[in-house]
Structure formats: C-alpha cells, structure tokens
Design a protein around this ligand. Sequence first.
Ligand code: FE
Length: 221
Amino acid sequence: MPHDHHDETDASHPHALLPSEPALRVKALETILVDKGLVDPAALDAIIDYYEHEIGPHIGAGLIARAWVDPDFRKDLLRDADALIDSLGHGGRQGEHVVVVENTPETHNMVVCTLCSCYPWPLLGIPPAWYKSDAYRSRAVREPRAVLAEFGVSLPADTRIRVWDSTAEIRYLVLPMRPDGTDGMSETELAALVTRDSMIGTGLITTGLITTGLITMAGES
Ligand code: FE
C-alpha cells in the first residue's frame, strides 16, 4: 500500500502526508479556522450531530427493503441510484455519486476504499472504524474470502466475490439478497433486517433461522 509508506518515493502523494495523529491535526486546524472566523463551531457541531443521530444505516435499509418489495424501484435503484436518492431527499456530502450493486446467488459484492475511507455517508452514516483500517483496505482486495470469514460470512465455494473500490467519485452500496421466509413481511419489518454490514458486503442478512447466501447449509453460521 503506497499510502502506508512515508519514504521519498511517496512524498508527492497526498495520502503520504497524513499526519501521525490526525485527530490532533484536525483539532488544531479547527481552532485556527474558528479563530479566523472562517467556520462557526455551532455549525460544525450541528453537522456532526446530524451525521451521528439523523443519518445512519436505517436510510440505506429503507431503500433496500423497498427494492425488495417494489420491482420498479429496484430497477431504478440499480440503474440510476443518484436520481432516486435525490428524489427521496437522501443526497448530500460524501454521497454525490452512488452505485448500487446487487447480490445474487452467483455473485457476492463487497465494498472497500483502498485509498482512504470513501463511503456513502447519506445512506449509511459515519463509516465504522474497521472500514478505515489499513488491514481491511488492503486485505479486502487481496483475500476477500478470508476477510469475510472473519466477519462470520462464509459463502458457497462457487459464489463469486466482487470487490468494489470506492473513490471520491463513486460510492458503492450493496443490495443484499432478500432472505427466504420473509414473504409475509411488511417493508418496515424487512428494513429492520437490513444491517449496515450487509450493505457494505461484509455481512449477510439473517432472519434468525435462515442466512441468505448460505442457503440453509446445516452446520454453518
Ligand atoms: Fe476513500
């Protein structure tokens, strides 16, 4: 990973200039900006509060559940997620261009940002710490199956795993498979099944008895 090195060859790369203590640098930068009157601390607090409390995986889960019950919505979500997300008022920073990728029995999708931590904030909230870790960012592409196993996800050997590398231009959201045995469930009940990790591709959706992807293979969890 070039971003992990701080040698001369990487000096020109912006990611090599990340400080060793980002939180400290951020605090220092914030202090300067506030002192100069360039940012309003109350506005910063409001933005942080918004992403911590208003925005979260429930937004993405709502889209997934609706896609499961409404074939036209699913088609639109897969074809042009941006237009759909905008029309529902879920657009915003860190979600400028979202592409939805659909899990099938043949293909499991998994999302990473190998460069840093690009993530569809307006749909999933603030990314988890592991998503930003060096280990996940490098290993997700190198050995996705092993990484999935560590998340408790074991897929049939013939399931293809596609790893999508997010960038500042494109954020990916996984459309997980609807679990079997959920035919009678309402959209709201379905949305409650959809986890954050299932929309990153590092989790499968369980209904208690059945895990999609495993197709109820005995002895697996
Ligand atoms: Fe990134």
